[in-house]
Design a protein around this ligand. Structure first.
Ligand SMILES: Cc1ncc(COP(=O)(O)O)c(C=O)c1O
Length: 238
């Protein structure tokens, strides 16, 4: 982020920081999502804090808040009307229907009130996986770069290659454990092939993507379940 912010400053660009999975994580002591001019968090069902579908936009400059409110309220100044700042609301700009329902917001709010508890629970699971798998050759574990504090969004392992991963997914599934691969590199996707290109030589992207396997991770995951998953992974390697 330091490099990105430096480039943006040099060229007078604004940075929209996609911190979709990064809530409650920090980079050099700064909360992810607060480093760019705008920051985005996702509250999709797969995220640490969820409202089913939805997200939030963090805005650095107060002067941009009003336009954001208008865009999310179908292009109207209805938010101003509700605060009593105008006597009727009307269309003032392009926008769409981005507001979450109050029911969804209430569902999320309860989680945000307990954000630390949720974080600590996930972290406990993450650390137990790490502890139990750290000596298992030839599996590779996540590396947390210096200055970064993560939020236990996921726990993944890296195996030798695609073939091993496919076999391991299958083996775990036969033992009632659902593990998933992630991520498919964008340049290999249908739209990526159409609109994008790979710059330079693909030495790591595809290879690392093929090796990565995500293990179950959610609030309330039991230690005994983690130990069972670890036991099965070890059994696979035997
Ligand atoms: C890095 C990143 N950006 C954006 C998104 C999309 O989030 P949403 O589905 O809330 O729009 C995700 C979701 O997985 C993500 O991981």
């Amino acid at each position: 982020m330091d490099t990105i912010m430096d480039i943006a400053k040099q060229h007078h660009l604004m940075v929209i920081e996609d911190a979709a999975q990064g809530i409650m994580s920090t980079y050099k002591g700064r909360a992810l999502g607060t480093i760019g001019d705008y920051g985005c968090y996702s509250f999709h069902e797969t995220k640490n804090y969820s409202m089913g579908e939805g997200g939030t936009l963090l805005i650095r400059d107060d002067a941009h808040i009003e336009l954001a409110e208008i865009i999310r309220e179908k292009g109207t100044n209805r938010s101003k009307f509700f605060r009593g700042e105008v006597d009727k609301y009307t269309w003032v700009n392009p926008g769409s229907s981005y507001l979450p329902s109050e029911l969804n917001a209430a569902y999320l709010w309860a989680q945000l009130e307990n954000a630390e508890e949720i974080l600590n629970d996930r972290m406990k699971s993450w650390n137990l996986y790490y502890q139990e798998l750290k000596d298992l050759e030839p599996v590779e574990l996540p590396v947390i770069p210096e200055g970064c504090v993560h939020n236990a969004h996921m726990f993944y392992i890296k195996v030798k290659d695609l073939e091993t991963r496919t076999e391991l997914i299958d083996f775990l599934r036969k033992n009632d454990i659902y593990s998933v691969f992630h991520y498919v590199p964008l340049h290999s996707s249908t739209a990526g092939k159409k609109h994008g290109m790979f710059y330079g030589e693909d030495r790591y992207t595809t290879k690392e993507s093929n090796r990565l396997l995500r293990l179950p991770m959610y609030f309330g995951l039991k230690n005994s379940d983690i130990l069972y998953i670890v036991e099965k992974i070890k059994e696979f390697y035997k």
